[in-house]
Design a protein. Structure first.
Length: 367
């Protein structure tokens, strides 16, 4: 099997959702997006390792950032990095990708340079940002994020950078895009990534807790008069639901921004629109399922949308993807609740200002 075939066959094994929307792309753009996503899954696998000391994760992540930034360094050191990754735990498919990442790099090296130039800084920043947060975590105990700002910064490194990368890749494919559309996409790209990530955080609260993680900030738990232990033990279901609803409200705001990003793509670019529409519609449908749903906090069974819902999205949205008005109407009717119609605005400039103060290159994963 050649390296590209391996990458194509591996994608649906590590992400069924993104395998769907990436499949609508064609040519070098398809190769670039697919390769970039496999790099993201690779660093995700290191970060998600439940049995690995966070300091070891941080070291592996910082090393990966150097491997993708420096091709000469990679050619000399990638094999050693893969060898160290034998300590990483995870699903068989994720681990296979981790151990076969040389194949992904081989495809990556064949991509157009203007595509590589968008992928390298984003994946490197993702790895460094993950390392920064892992260096703060304590092995064997729940280490919550401090506040909403902390949550935004974490989500930026694991998903917001992906939004930026995709935006920049779109610009390579759409050289004649109007400056108005470019500005709209730039302003909402990070929020698109945050919306998808916060959807995942909301639906995985119990699963994350069982693995010793918590992405629900300490501050919003304390605001409801609960301790971290009380929140995770379900002492007050009413307060837990209030915390979840507050998180869903912010998530919904980001998803509204994602719609703005999508509508800025020219209507003639159907593949690019569907690439954005499918994960966005699935996220909004998931938020609708989570809204006022106590089952999320009663069981470690994952709350997710049904296969039939996914099929309706895949088969129905191509008929409306050409129309901004129809897309807006469809989006607004997924969550028909007045409480979700005016979501809080996202302060992108505030986030950027805070990110500038984080010295990623000084992360010390050993001490």
């Amino acid at each position: 099997m050649d390296d590209w075939t391996y990458c194509v066959q591996t994608l649906p094994k590590v992400s069924r959702t993104f395998a769907l929307n990436i499949s609508v792309l064609r040519g070098e753009f398809h190769r670039s997006i697919l390769t970039a996503y496999l790099f993201c899954r690779t660093v995700d696998t290191v970060e998600d390792a439940a049995k690995l000391d966070p300091k070891i994760k941080a070291r592996l992540l910082m090393e990966f950032s150097r491997l993708i930034e420096d091709r000469d360094y990679r050619e000399k050191n990638l094999a050693a990095w893969i060898g160290e990754c034998t300590a990483v735990d995870g699903t068989p498919n994720d681990l296979d990708l981790l151990h076969q990442v040389l194949r992904v790099f081989n495809v990556f090296d064949s991509l157009p340079k203007n595509h590589q130039d968008q992928i390298i800084p984003s994946v490197s920043k993702m790895a460094k940002g993950m390392a920064f947060f892992q260096s703060r975590f304590q092995f064997g105990e729940i280490t919550p994020l401090k506040n909403i700002q902390d949550l935004e910064e974490y989500c930026y490194f694991v998903a917001g950078v992906v939004g930026e990368m995709l935006c920049n890749l779109f610009f390579q494919k759409l050289p004649h895009l109007s400056e108005t559309a470019r500005n709209t996409m730039r302003q909402n790209a990070v929020s698109f990534g945050l919306g998808l990530q916060m959807t995942n955080i909301s639906k995985d609260i119990i699963a994350d807790r069982d693995r010793g993680w918590s992405y629900i900030p300490r501050s919003i738990i304390s605001e409801k008069g609960l301790t971290i232990d009380e929140f995770h033990s379900g002492t007050s279901m009413d307060k837990n639901l209030q915390i979840l609803e507050g998180l869903l409200s912010k998530t919904n705001g980001h998803l509204h921004d994602a719609l703005k990003f999508t509508l800025a793509i020219p209507r003639t670019e159907m593949a690019l629109r569907l690439f954005c529409i499918w994960p966005l519609w699935m996220a909004v449908k998931t938020v609708a399922v989570l809204h006022n749903n106590p089952e999320l906090l009663n069981s470690n069974a994952q709350v997710k949308i049904s296969r039939s819902t996914v099929k309706r999205i895949l088969f129905g949205t191509p008929f409306i993807a050409w129309s901004n008005n129809l897309l807006k109407y469809s989006f607004a009717n997924i969550i028909n609740d007045s409480a979700f119609q005016n979501p809080p605005a996202f302060d992108l400039e505030g986030l950027k200002s805070r990110l500038e103060k984080i010295a990623l290159d000084t992360v010390n994963p050993i001490t």
